[in-house]
Design a protein around this ligand. Sequence first.
Ligand SMILES: Nc1nc2c(ncn2[C@@H]2O[C@H](COP(=O)(O)OP(=O)(O)OP(=O)(O)O)[C@@H](O)[C@H]2O)c(=O)[nH]1
Ligand SMILES: [Mg+2]
Length: 340
Amino acid sequence: MKLEIDKLLARDVRSGARLLRWIDDGVAEARAVLKVIWQHTGRARVIGITGNPGAGKSTLTDQLIGRFRERGLSVAVVAVDPSSPFSGGAILGDRIRMQEHANDEGVFIRSFATRGHLGGLTHTTTDVVHALDAMGWEVILVETVGVGQDEVEVQRLAQTTLVVLTPGMGDEVQAIKAGILEIADVFVVNKADREGADRTVRELEQMLEMGKGGRPSLGELMHHGGLKASDLEQADRASPDEWVPEIVKTVASRNEGIDELVAAIDAHAEVYAKACQAPEFIRARLRQEFLEIYRRALFARGWSYLMHEDHLQQIVDRMLDRSSDPYTLAEQAVRALGSR
Ligand SMILES: Nc1nc2c(ncn2[C@@H]2O[C@H](COP(=O)(O)OP(=O)(O)OP(=O)(O)O)[C@@H](O)[C@H]2O)c(=O)[nH]1
Ligand SMILES: [Mg+2]
């Protein structure tokens, strides 16, 4: 099946839907298109929204769609279905809730479940964001449940990441465990109509005062002259210097606090845009993008070797009869790649 790049870049909905399906199915055609359109990426405002199941991410997303549409900006939403028992039916709920945007040509909403894919959901989501970006969607909202490494990876791709917490549910502690506090540019304390919202805000403030949470700034990492190799990974998710994570209280279901939230997002965007004038900031982002694709390519290559001529089975056989050990076997398998 053919796909016309010109149409795709002009935001043709059918071409876009086709590409996203290819990406989802992991077919080779998807990569071919992504190669061609990559040079058109880097224009969208990518905003991540993450937090525990039921925190109100979709309700907030819905409100944000409205605000960005009021400014005349086109908005694409990518919601990753966590396939978790907690949120069964939530996608359907999202569809119903976002129905009012259904006939708006300036809004594109796509939910998908990718758990179980080889290599996790990260790569599918990042490719989808690149595709939407190249297509010319001006704002891309990415909703993920902040529970695993995959989700954290996805949010590192966003320019601005919102971490949504709710009061009095122990969310704060769980978020620390998942490492998502380190990717927050803006903390949203949603369901502020519930008791304990101010306490959650205070806890976050204390945490930030102690220097925990929020992304490390590139300036901090560059402190001792150049970047050490061990800092590379940190730098990839560095926040612009001068940015101190903001904390915003919202009642998303009643449209309260959304103006303040948008103001915080805009403030961050401004600082981010300024930071982008520094080559090392852009380079850190590009490096992150490459490393992720590189990791994926390496793994795909290794995987195809393992699947070839029962290599994986032979390896397991040798572990089973204890004629070798997994460390040696892994080294041998990697070496075998070089000679292929
Ligand atoms: N009381 C109260 N309820 C809210 C608020 N915001 C959202 N809700 C409700 O909380 C429930 C979950 O909201 P969602 O927006 O679906 O939450 P989510 O984080 O997207 O959930 P998952 O995608 O399943 O992880 C819904 O019933 C919302 O109506 C709020 O500020 N206050
Ligand atoms: Mg949701």
